[in-house]
Design a binder for this molecule. Structure first.
Ligand code: NAP
Length: 463
């Protein structure tokens, strides 16, 4: 049987609820904090006091890495989920339940317990601050979540058992969602997997769904990549296509089956912002596009990982002169990445007004297409679809390139575009669109599951 792992801030009831669930299921119970105390021969406040939080985290990592692989209920320390290595161990062959509670309730529960302080703030402020800092890690640690504010441990344990036995969605919701999937262009074997997950009498209620929202999105590499990663990390998830011209239909179906989240692609990256409750302040808000959505505890949270995928391969080009071709959705993420690397950016676009508007938003320059040769950039980024299959054009002629340039084509079908081909012939350093896909997917997987997948693994899986 899969492990049952409880995560959440201190005082949310992980130990009491975990013990009750273990008793009901006739399984052993392990509290990782208690195991650290047993193995170290000291109390947790003493470890914090004498050797600091870092040493405590090292003990915690060691204990989590050696937990039994199955047939056990585990309660983790409140900060365990911040560490991607812990997440990789905890999530393997497990069903993870996040417990939450409001700040005042946590405060009352903690008042008389000997816990090492995490900050120098008064207790209520400390709880609010640390829960906020860890919010992404907590979302990533949850297959199911439960608010224990107004419930006794006994009632909370009953709720958890119901979640484990039945999941969240009703049979009507799952049947309705299946009808939605049947209208998309999902390959027959994938549709039959969905039928098993959603409506088969022998369905596993703990299997969760993720998918790509787009129209069209049948070409996406994400289902192949994600389903391979689920097998690799033993995650009880299935990744599929939410392909529909109506964003509302997609979101409704995803929420009906309690999907963990969505990768978002053309044409919904901007439109989805209006449907989101909380948007990651720094990138998605400024870029104005969301490519990752997490559904958590009734809320929809939006992120952008495209810009990180563009930034990473260019970190060695800090402060250089760049030309960005295109002013659409992904171009905004590209300008954000380039300006974050202190590059001097000029935007060139078929419709100059759009280049001008984007340049104004980010405080950089715009120019017309025929000005390219005078700019003499160090870095050229193509954010137009020119060269994307079945198109065979390059946005620039070979004569416009020189071997000192770095040419980065965001188009990834085909893997070697006409622009990249021309740049290689000239002797330029080239970066392909696959690289963006690899980097952004890595960041996105981390947002969904808190696991840091090595780049080499993603490259192998999308090759
Ligand atoms: P978009 O919002 O539709 O923007 C397209 C941009 O390209 C616009 O600025 C448009 O100019 C310009 N454009 C379109 N057709 C053109 C043509 N024939 N000649 C010159 N300019 C043209 O699309 P997007 O979401 O930004 O995506 C752009 C490309 O990036 C796509 O090919 C996509 O495959 C690629 N992409 C790659 C990744 C990755 O992971 N590697 C991620 C996202 C996107 P106007 O303003 O004049 O219309």
């Amino acid at each position: 049987m899969r492990r049952i792992v409880f995560s959440g801030f201190r005082g949310t009831g992980k130990t009491e609820v975990g013990q009750l669930v273990a008793r009901q299921m006739n399984l052993p119970f392990i509290d990782t904090d208690a195991l650290i105390e047993e193995r170290s021969g000291r109390s947790i406040p003493d470890i914090f006091h004498e050797e600091g939080e870092e040493r405590f985290r090292a003990w915690e990592r060691e204990v989590i890495a050696t937990l039994p692989a199955d047939n056990v209920v585990v309660s983790t320390g409140g900060g365990a989920v911040i560490d991607p290595v812990n997440m990789e161990h905890l999530r393997r062959n497990s069903v993870c339940v996040l417990l939450t509670a409001d700040i005042e309730t946590i405060k009352q529960r903690l008042l008389h317990k000997p816990r090492p302080p995490l900050t120098h703030l008064p207790l209520a402020e400390e709880i609010a601050e640390v829960v906020y800092q860890r919010r992404q890690a907590y979302h990533a640690s949850a297959d199911f979540s439960l608010d224990t504010t107004a419930t006794s441990p006994e009632v909370a344990a009953q709720h958890v058992l119901q979640l484990l036995n039945n999941g969240v969605s009703t049979p009507e919701q799952r049947t309705h969602a299946l009808a939605f999937f049947r209208t998309g262009r999902i390959p027959a074997p994938a549709l039959s997997t969905l039928e098993n997950i959603l409506t088969s009498p022998s369905r596993d209620p703990q299997t969760r769904i993720l998918g790509i929202a787009g129209y069209p999105c049948a070409h996406s590499l994400s289902p192949r990549l994600y389903n391979a990663l689920f097998r690799r990390y033993q995650l009880n998830y299935h990744y599929t296509w939410f392909e529909d011209p109506e964003l509302d239909e997609i979101l409704h179906s995803a929420q009906e089956i309690d999907a963990k989240g969505l990768s978002v692609t053309i044409p919904f990256k901007t439109a989805i912002i209006d449907q989101i409750d909380e948007i990651e302040e720094h990138a998605a808000e400024q870029i104005g596009a969301v490519n990752t959505v997490v559904f958590s505890r009734g809320s929809t949270i939006g992120y952008n990982t495209d810009w990180l995928g563009i930034r990473k391969p260019l970190v060695s080009k800090k402060g250089k002169k760049a030309v960005l071709l295109g002013a659409g959705g992904v171009a905004a993420a590209a300008v954000y990445a380039l300006t974050d690397l202190d590059m001097e950016v000029t935007i060139i676009n078929r419709t100059p007004e759009k280049a001008h508007a984007l340049a104004e938003r980010f405080g950089c320059a715009s120019a017309t297409w025929d000005a390219f040769d005078q700019i003499k950039p160090d870095v050229v980024v193509n954010a137009t679809p020119l060269g994307m299959q079945p198109d065979t054009q390059s946005p620039l002629k070979k004569e416009q390139l020189n071997k000192e340039m770095t040419v980065f084509d965001l188009v990834y079908t085909p893997p070697v575009t006409p622009l990249v081909e021309a740049a290689r012939q000239v002797g330029c350093q080239t970066i392909t669109g696959t690289e963006v896909f690899v980097q952004q997917a890595r960041e996105q997987f981390y947002i969904f599951f808190g696991i840091d997948v090595p780049e080499t693994v993603i490259r192998e899986l999308v090759a």
